[in-house]
Ligand binder design. Structure first.
Ligand code: FPP
Length: 244
């Protein structure tokens, strides 16, 4: 007998989804509000996105919260963004624990304030035992810098005589990135209609599907994440057909 047709999507969810959250400024400008209002609203969308990712069965979610280039923005805007990040790291721990979310921060901690570093340490250890979803917040993150740091670490190993240049392979580089031990993103989403990678997960997204959405980050919701995942599945199925 034929099995009953199922309407459920049998495709497993992408294991790792990464998002370039863009468009806070444009969202605020369109409403005659200051940029800070766009960032505030953007920070609020993060909680919903984390919940939706967990419900969709995504295991790793990486959010680009502050790039190494963002340090060049006006001081007032950097201060606003750092303030929102402090609030998030302080106030979100209970919610992350309730949802089984482990928080990790990836990026150049050397440029962050001491108080933020201690909030990060605390949030990472307070959520470290959670297993439903790993949330990577990319803070002061730049993909080229990450690769430079990995190259420095490898050069130091060689100089110390612990490694030969010929031992340096893809696994050796990957093991020295902030994302060591995590799967590469299967899907990278960028909001706001811009079609750039902007120094985000350069090594890790070598084989990722890229989805560019015409929605500004402060308007991003569960339906947009679902649409991007569906797009990802359609592309996977096409690939299966042409390769078979
Ligand atoms: C891009 O908008 C967004 C950012 C600079 C980073 C994302 C920051 C947040 C969502 C808020 C803080 C995050 C957390 C986790 C608390 P834009 O200013 O570049 O927008 P525009 O291109 O329209 O000017």
């Amino acid at each position: 007998m034929e099995p009953a047709p199922s309407h459920a999507d049998p495709s497993p969810p992408p294991r790792h989804v990464a998002i370039i959250m863009d468009g806070n400024g444009r969202w605020a400008k369109a409403r005659g509000l200051p940029r800070s209002a766009g960032h505030k609203r953007g920070a609020e969308r993060v909680r919903r996105t984390v919940e939706a990712a967990r419900e969709l069965g995504i295991a790793y979610l990486t959010l680009y919260a502050f790039s190494s280039e963002n340090w060049k923005r006006p001081l007032g805007e950097v201060t606003d963004l750092m303030g929102l990040l402090r609030l998030y790291l302080r106030n979100e721990i209970a919610h992350l624990n309730k949802n089984g979310v482990r928080l990790r921060v990836i990026g150049d901690r050397g440029r962050l304030g001491r108080d933020i570093i201690s909030l990060i340490d605390h949030a990472e250890s307070a959520t470290g035992g959670n297993t439903a979803l790993t949330l990577n917040l990319a803070l002061s993150y730049g993909g080229r810098h990450e690769l430079v740091e990995a190259a420095r670490l490898l050069a130091a190993e060689v100089a110390a005589g612990r490694m030969e240049p010929a031992d340096i392979d893809e696994a050796a580089v990957a093991a020295r990135l902030y994302t060591a031990g995590m799967p590469d993103p299967d899907l990278v989403i960028r909001t706001s209609g811009e079609k750039r990678i902007s120094n985000f997960l350069l090594w890790q997204s070598a084989y990722a599907e890229l989805v560019f959405l015409d929605v500004l980050w402060p308007e991003f919701g569960r339906e947009h994440l679902e649409a991007a995942v569906q797009d990802f599945h359609r592309r996977e199925r096409r690939y299966g057909a042409s390769a078979g």
